[in-house]
Design a protein. Structure first.
Length: 286
């Protein structure tokens, strides 16, 4: 029993950190621009494939491949916002439709480019580490470091930098921010880039531990949306707390009952929160 509890705590923490990185960007986008980006899962997939392309096919070193993959997915996210989302952003249904469609387009482009067979990338960090008696791959454990650094940088950015304060101002009242000379267009572009970067970091770090395939971005989206609703749409604090709660719960269910039940947890949580507390843990707002 002690081994099971240890595994739940350790792996729950690691998955909570991973979920946070995947969900924080989407939370920021919604909190600032009230944009629900259904192509976010495609960025998770694209980051991993960009990393595979540069590292395995291009022969570029690990660090450069990591940075290039993140930069490429940021560029795609920005282009998607400027060309596809911004012209129709006043219509939520249109944004949902276009982002879902683009997510499918990205998936089929990868399918045509790399084929349907799964791919794999070599480990950035080899070996294993032991926490509370539970052994985990060092590669997977690196996610918690990325999570801590990303949260620290995001907090510093939003609280201390002028552009970060502008992001918070737009989140509170976009029209008032415009009246004070803040370009909401630039802020929306910035948040799209940050969202893609956070998802990309998690994706690239976890990619070596899983097989890459064109549809890999859709399954995490169920979990991400459950986190967004559970934590409160647009709430960063709620997103982080919900990510870890879901991480621990999913791992507990997988270890105690069966791994097959793990993916169902997010869907059950999503339905339960919508029925009991639609506003989530912390309500709404960055």
């Amino acid at each position: 029993m002690d081994e099971v509890i240890s595994a739940i705590l350790v792996y729950g923490t690691l998955w909570g950190a991973t979920y946070s990185l995947l969900a924080l960007g989407l939370t920021l986008i919604y909190g600032v621009g009230k944009i629900v980006n259904l192509a976010h899962g495609a960025f998770i997939m694209l980051s991993a494939y960009f990393f595979y392309y540069f590292l395995v096919l291009g022969g570029v070193n690990y660090v450069a491949s990591f940075l290039l993959a993140i930069l490429c997915v940021i560029a795609l996210a920005v282009l998607m916002y400027v060309l596809a989302i911004h012209p129709i952003r006043q219509s939520e249904m249109s944004v949902l439709t276009i982002t879902f469609g683009l997510g499918l387009v990205f998936q089929y482009v990868i399918l045509l480019t790399f084929g349907p067979l799964s791919k794999s990338v070599p480990y950035i960090f080899s070996g294993t580490m032991t926490f509370l008696g539970t052994t985990v791959e060092t590669q997977f454990a690196s996610v918690i470091i990325a999570f801590v650094i990303s949260c620290a940088l995001l907090s510093l950015f939003l609280s201390r930098f002028k552009v970060g304060k502008a992001v918070r101002a737009v989140a509170q009242d976009g029209e008032a921010a415009e009246a004070f000379g803040i370009s909401t267009f630039r802020i929306y572009i910035l948040t799209m880039g940050i969202a893609a970067a956070l998802a990309g970091v998690a994706s690239v770090l976890v990619a070596p531990t899983y097989a890459l395939f064109p549809g890999m971005g859709w399954e995490p989206m169920v979990t991400v949306f459950a986190i967004l609703i559970f934590g409160g749409l647009g709430s960063i604090k709620g997103t982080i707390l919900a990510s870890f709660i879901l991480g621990y719960t999913r791992n507990a269910v997988s270890l105690v009952f069966s791994p097959a039940y793990g993916p169902v947890v997010a869907l059950v949580v999503l339905i339960a929160v919508i029925l009991v507390r639609p506003s989530g843990i912390f309500g709404r707002g960055v």
